[in-house]
Design a protein. Structure first.
Length: 342
């Protein structure tokens, strides 16, 4: 993916799109505007933020007078199949504007529902449907930048310590979520040189993505993976640094460390600014988390859909390239949150 930090630019016409929510006709030509939108999200049974995204998207869609129908499914293999069925239902119901956060992007792509219905405009919210050129827009955060920020936080602590080396373990997400590999790639751009120079020592030997990816984003899998890593340490010992991709994994790591009798927690990263992460940070158990400005992301998504509804493009200066297709991207802000942030 090509992902550079950018400033979103809107065409002036987009500012005029906040029309009366009660009027279902274009004022200029009296042509009926179809404002129906299907929004497909994971439910919040595994990750808290999806419930927050749903509320934010409901508010943002309502602000633009969009008639949004929401579908949710659990982040499981069964839920991924259910999401494909939800996508098919929305298309069969004649909905032309789809917002989707894929539970398993491979299953969405394999269904070919998007490819077979080129008149349907698809906006990816947070998670990109990789290798799929049939996407109108992406509304997300710069996922590689998340990894950069997490790694930079760990490296700042390492360098400030004055130590010649520190131990590190890596907890990354499942391959069903394309963002997980991006988080990893971004972090490893910063960390790999120090790993190769023995400045950061990974005692478990688990370094490559296929070695550190999880089965899911669940706290339970984060705990299981951390217990696995601790098998490379002496009783009562733990790594100095833990790169945990999201707050669920940070919580899983904390549970595993506590179970092994570790009271002084290592420096643990996170992402999502979840409720449990905020408490862990205040309690000194987690060092930081990344806030992805979810309200802004939802607003960006709704603005994009509104532009599609009114056939007025939302201009950006960044994009993802799939083959010869350039898909425009709008990013929300990323904020590092530490104890003093609360």
């Amino acid at each position: 993916m090509k992902k550079d930090f950018f400033k979103v630019l809107f065409v002036a016409a987009v500012a005029l799109l906040t029309v009366s929510c009660s009027d279902d006709k274009d004022k200029d030509n009296e042509v009926t505007v179809d404002r129906r939108v299907a929004v497909l999200l994971p439910d919040d049974s595994m990750i808290e933020r999806w419930g927050i995204d749903k509320k934010n998207l409901e508010n943002a869609m309502d602000r633009y007078g969009l008639d949004a129908t929401f579908y949710t499914a659990p982040e499981t293999a069964e839920g991924a199949n259910q999401q494909v069925e939800q996508l098919e239902k929305a298309i069969n119901d004649g909905i032309k504007y789809i917002v989707i956060t894929a539970i398993d992007y491979k299953k969405i792509n394999e269904s070919q529902l998007i490819e077979k219905n080129p008149d349907v405009k698809v906006v990816c919210h947070d998670r990109f449907l990789i290798d799929n050129p049939h996407i109108a827009y992406i509304s997300s955060a710069d996922t590689k930048a998340v990894g950069h920020m997490q790694a930079t936080f760990l490296l700042t602590y390492f360098r400030a310590s004055g130590k010649s080396s520190m131990t590190l373990e890596i907890l990354e997400g499942p391959e069903t979520d394309v963002n997980a590999k991006d988080y990893y790639d971004g972090a490893m751009e910063k960390l790999r040189p120090l790993i190769e120079n023995d400045k950061l020592i990974v005692k478990s030997g688990k370094i490559e993505y296929d070695q550190v990816k999880a089965n899911s984003w669940s706290v339970a899998d984060g705990k299981s993976d951390m217990l696995n890593r601790l098998g490379s340490y002496e009783q009562g010992e733990c790594p100095d640094l833990i790169l945990a991709a999201i707050d669920n994994q940070a919580q899983g790591a904390i549970q595993a460390l506590t179970e092994k009798g570790i009271n002084d927690m290592p420096i643990i990263t996170g992402q999502d600014n979840a409720t449990i992460a905020r408490q862990n940070i205040l309690d000194g158990k987690q060092a930081m988390t990344i806030d992805k400005s979810l309200e802004e992301m939802a607003f960006n998504t709704a603005l994009i859909v509104n532009g599609l509804v009114h056939n007025v493009p939302v201009q950006t200066i960044d994009y993802v390239t799939v083959g010869s297709t350039k898909i425009p991207v709008m990013y929300s802000k990323l904020i590092t949150m530490v104890k003093d942030s609360y």
